[in-house]
Write a new protein. Structure first.
Length: 100
């Protein structure tokens, strides 16, 4: 299993959930789209992106982690010092409670 650390959790202006990882990742992460689960890798920005259909961001955070684990053999772990950008406190608490 490959491991990567999530350093930034962001809700973009578009409403997308964005998970930036530490380091550059791997160009092979782009193939996560093949799972047809709505998760995409941006190789230039070193992030995973998901466009949720509702505002249940904690659920979609878990979805990204599950898809990368099952499809890419990639374990994403939330850094204890992660930056939170445009994430409401209640959403942050939900995500952190499911990530420990």
């Amino acid at each position: 299993m490959i491991s990567e650390t999530i350093d930034v959790v962001e809700i973009a202006e578009t409403g997308d959930l964005v998970l930036r990882i530490r380091g550059n990742g791997s160009p092979s992460y782009q193939y996560v789209y093949r799972a047809a689960a709505g998760v995409y890798w941006d190789n230039e920005m070193h992030l995973f992106r998901f466009s949720p259909k509702d505002d249940e961001y904690a659920k979609w955070f878990g979805h990204i982690l599950n898809v990368t684990r099952s499809e890419m053999n990639l374990e994403l772990t939330l850094s204890k010092n992660a930056a939170w950008e445009n994430v409401p406190a209640v959403v942050r608490e939900e995500i952190e409670s499911h990530s420990t």
